[in-house]
Design a protein around this ligand. Structure first.
Ligand code: TXA
Ligand code: MG
Length: 342
């Protein structure tokens, strides 16, 4: 008997068609987005969404984001959408922004984690766009064959990041294949992700917009569009697994350190240590090194690939130099802090 394994496909017309076929039959499809790869299933099918949770080992009460093809599809999944939320969708979609809104009645509890809200995002990656459009077309061709049903069926892909729960998010098809080597899964290979860290999440389900997860769309960009900065989350903020203190974690212990502390690592420990730093001590022989770029976007793009490399390097301990304490580094610093928490 052969065990299940992932099937890696080029995102050609034939590859997209095969992926849609899987989605129509409650299967799982991993696909590239501009942020990270997603582990997708038909968001309208509770059975399909449950397969995501089983594959990831994710607790059932953690909600998943529904990916949609365009701004118009907002009203298929959410109700009582504030004007400011629509303005943000108009400004940043398709793009790395997720809006948490009041859910429409039909949205399965499996998607929302039983909460009264749904997270919606329109991804910009051309493969994600092609997949969403082909899936919507397929759903609606089927609907016209069953004329007693509603003519337009909401098309959305429930998709968390395609990694085991709590681990490092994938930014290439190879990362997904390595993490799900024994899962029945189709992976569309769209190359390496541009943004590299997960979308900004803004909660619009309460009185004022709240930043649940920092990302490439910054508070300053949001303020530019809607006139106010999102508030920081308080204790009433909804459950966000990406907001758990420990997340995006490598298997080996990771510490954040100053340049001085890194320079002071003794030679005896250096050979067992992997270093990602802006200032690399020239004298030491470390187990693995990477000179960190000074550009926060470039750093974010490669961060998860580097964390994965460090994790499989001969090093026993991982050390990363703390980025500057400025706004432009806040999303990267957020991920580093969580990756370093045990
Ligand atoms: O960039 C991204 O957002 C990627 C790509 C694949 O789109 N997706 C992603 O999904 O990061 P995931 O599941 O790894 O993280 C989504 C976060 C989780 O922390 C989840 O708790 C939160 O979004 N979330 C989803 N729906 C929510 C809701 N209704 N209310 C509050 N948080 C929600
Ligand atoms: Mg995730």
């Amino acid at each position: 008997m052969t065990s299940p394994q992932p099937l890696l496909l080029e995102p050609s017309a034939a590859g997209i068609a095969q992926a849609v076929h899987r989605l129509m039959h409650e299967g799982l499809v991993a696909f590239p987005t501009e942020t990270v790869y997603g582990l997708g299933a038909n968001a309208a099918s509770p059975a399909a969404v449950r397969k995501i949770f089983a594959a990831k080992g994710r607790p059932a009460d953690h909600p998943v984001i529904v990916h949609i093809a365009n701004v118009d599809a907002l009203d298929d999944w959410a109700i009582e959408i504030p004007a400011t939320a629509r303005q943000l969708a108009q400004a940043f979609w398709p793009g790395p922004l997720t809006l948490v809104l009041k859910r429409a009645a039909h949205v399965p509890d499996e998607v929302t984690g039983g909460q009264s809200t749904v997270g919606l995002r329109c991804p910009a990656h051309p493969v994600a766009q092609a997949l969403l459009r082909a899936f919507a077309a397929s759903l609606n061709i089927e609907a016209t064959r069953q004329p007693h049903r509603a003519l337009r069926r909401p098309a959305g892909l429930a998709a968390p990041s395609a990694n085991p729960f709590g681990r490092i998010s994938p930014t290439s098809a190879a990362h997904v294949a390595a993490d799900f080597w024994n899962t029945d899964l189709l992976i569309l290979d769209g190359g390496e992700c541009d943004v590299g860290i997960e979308s900004t999440i803004i909660d619009f389900s309460r009185d004022t917009p709240v930043l649940l997860r920092p990302g490439a769309v910054t508070p300053a960009m949001i303020k530019y569009v809607i006139g106010i900065s999102p508030a920081m989350p308080d204790t009433k903020a909804p459950r966000v697994s990406g907001a758990l203190p420990s997340h995006y974690a490598p298997r080996k212990p990771l510490a954040l350190a100053t340049a001085n502390a890194i320079a002071a690592i003794p030679a005896s420990l250096a050979t067992q240590t992997a270093i990602l730093a802006f200032h690399m001590p020239a004298a030491q022989r470390f187990a693995w090194t990477r000179q960190a770029p000074r550009d926060a976007s470039l750093y974010a793009q490669h961060l998860y690939a580097w964390l994965r490399e460090m994790d499989v390097s001969p090093a026993a301990k991982l050390v990363i130099e703390r980025p500057p304490r400025t706004q432009e580094w806040s999303a990267v610093t957020d991920r580093l802090n969580r990756a370093a928490r045990r």
